[in-house]
Design a protein around this ligand. Structure first.
Ligand code: URA
Length: 262
């Protein structure tokens, strides 16, 4: 019973992933060797100048915004985010889940945060919700190669909990910078987290009110506001299949808009 309680506690803390094939009993592990500091024998080789190689000791949204603004390509941004230590989610996630799809897509799809599968594989929307998203895109003649798929928060929150307001705000500059570097024609936000993150105060009204209506949103680094269509998150559709009817209406709107763009 004691063991079961300990397991339950770990689950509640969000430790719901096995990282190794064999369990490790750390109670009997030898203590780690003390760190030895050695004076450098010769000067360290100079690093190539790169804005993305900024120090990984940053903390707040202002630091994230400064770091993001210095990135001039998606590659630089990915490298900078990988090295950003200001978000505690990075410590519990397996890896950064940066993006999938075309780097020059005209439509950017924004989800919430990676789940377990995404965290393991390193790509957004590869679990059950992602498979539904693939089918939804297919139903209007799209696929992953024609869009860019990203998340409001790029690290998996432990136990798949929803990201907090503070985590969303901290990651927002990275989200804006990625959208600005792609420079799409429009956005599709899936669920309340992405919609709130990108629509600000307007996005607070709740996804059921906001879905299916195009809004305009300002993205840092882009001169003109971008049209943004909020819709339900596929994970919600898996839980509430009846909502697929409204989601289909949103997809039809999206397809009609795409046709006006070509
Ligand atoms: N849900 C999301 O919002 N994003 C993912 O990448 C996967 C599931």
């Amino acid at each position: 019973m004691e063991l079961l309680d300990a397991l339950k506690l770990q689950w509640e803390w969000g430790a719901d992933e096995a990282l190794l094939d064999m369990p490790q009993d750390r109670r009997h592990a030898p203590p780690p060797a003390p760190l030895a500091f050695k004076a450098p024998q010769s000067p360290a080789p100079a690093r190539p100048a790169s804005r993305a190689a900024a120090p990984a000791t940053l903390a707040g949204p202002e630091d994230a915004a400064r770091l993001a603004a210095g990135c001039m390509s998606l590659g630089e941004l990915e490298e900078a985010m990988r090295g950003f230590s200001g978000c505690a989610l990075r410590d519990t996630a397996t890896q950064l889940v940066f993006a999938d799809g075309a780097p020059d897509a005209r439509l950017v799809i924004v989800g919430e945060a990676p789940g377990g599968e995404e965290d393991r594989i390193g790509k957004p929307f590869v679990g059950p919700a992602g498979q539904l998203l693939d089918r939804m895109l297919g139903s209007i003649g799209l696929d992953r190669t024609k869009v860019r798929i990203i998340n409001a928060v790029p690290w998996r929150p432990p136990g798949n909990r929803a990201p907090t307001e503070a985590e969303i705000a901290l990651c927002l500059p990275f989200l804006h910078r990625q959208i600005a570097l792609i420079a799409p024609k429009g956005l599709l936000t899936l669920g309340a987290v992405a919609t709130k993150g990108l629509l600000g105060a307007e996005g607070q009204s709740g996804i059921r009110r906001l879905r299916g209506q195009w809004r305009q949103t300002r993205i840092e680094g882009l001169t003109a506001p971008l049209p943004c269509l909020p819709s339900y998150h596929p994970a919600y559709l898996l839980r509430i299949p009846l909502a697929k009817r409204e989601s289909w209406q949103d997809l039809l709107q999206l397809r009609a808009w795409i046709e006006t763009q070509s």
